[in-house]
Design a protein around this ligand. Structure first.
Ligand code: ZN
Ligand code: ZN
Length: 244
């Protein structure tokens, strides 16, 4: 059924080129051209209805003390020291993220990034960030997809914070198999050593904002953060579009 998906993707892409004032999600006309989403969808997709943990961005109860850690991340020993998200990996946000992965969707990724950074004004108020680094894809996967959605998101964060965007600070040197279906321990073993930090990019004593699209168990983000720390980064803050 790939031809059907490809055909549908192409048709949807053409609709957006011919009628840029239609919402990406519900395809109804939108009042603010260029925003990509109607007001109702933007509100439903880009606002988080839940509280989340400041340590791992997991959904937590409304009355939990969540500033630093939750029971989920307390024992994990993540190499990143704080985390924030746009929302839970669910509903419209999940649909958008799946769409970002199914082809060259840089334009849509830019619209999503704009919504994320605009709505997160207070998120990093107390966190002086020195640079922004995306979780990289292996070159083969990046070539197949045409772009790295995390890099598009990271670029928007760097522009918003007015700090350097460092897309080549990390390189993915192994093309690992998909993590889904593996246990948390197997995920960490599977991902260990897949990233390499560029020696030419100085990270010493820097606070790095690491950006990824989805976090499930955190093994990928942990490994990327661990590699940045090993290269000298003082602190890694993780920003993710959605937390599963
Ligand atoms: Zn809509
Ligand atoms: Zn947590």
């Amino acid at each position: 059924m790939t031809w059907f998906v490809a055909g549908r993707t192409l048709a949807h892409g053409l609709i957006q080129i011919l009628y840029p004032n239609l919402c990406w999600h519900c395809r109804q006309p939108i009042a603010a051209p260029g925003s990509g989403f109607c007001e109702a969808c933007a509100k439903a997709i880009f606002s988080d209805p839940f509280s989340s943990c400041g340590g791992c961005a997991a959904t937590v109860g409304p009355h939990s003390a969540t500033e630093k850690e939750c029971p989920t991340c307390r024992d994990q020993g993540f190499a990143f020291k704080a985390a924030f998200r746009l929302g839970p990996y669910d509903g419209g946000l999940r649909e958008i993220i799946l769409r970002l992965k199914d082809g060259s969707r840089e334009g849509l990724a830019e619209l999503v990034a704009a919504q994320w950074v605009a709505g997160a004004t207070a998120t990093l108020a107390n966190e002086p960030i020195d640079c922004v680094v995306p979780v990289p894809l292996h070159w083969l996967r990046r070539w197949r997809r045409g772009y790295n959605q995390s890099a598009t998101l990271a670029k928007a964060w760097a522009a918003r914070l007015r700090v350097p965007f460092l897309p080549r600070a990390l390189r993915r040197i192994k093309n690992t198999k998909q993590q889904s279906g593996l246990s948390p321990a197997a995920r960490r073993a599977n991902i260990h050593g897949v990233f390499r930090a560029a020696k030419s990019i100085p990270l010493a004593a820097k606070t790095v904002l690491l950006i990824d699209d989805v976090m499930t168990t955190g093994s990928t983000a942990h490994e990327a953060a661990r590699t940045l720390r090993a290269a000298g980064a003082r602190r890694v803050v993780l920003g993710i579009l959605a937390r599963a």
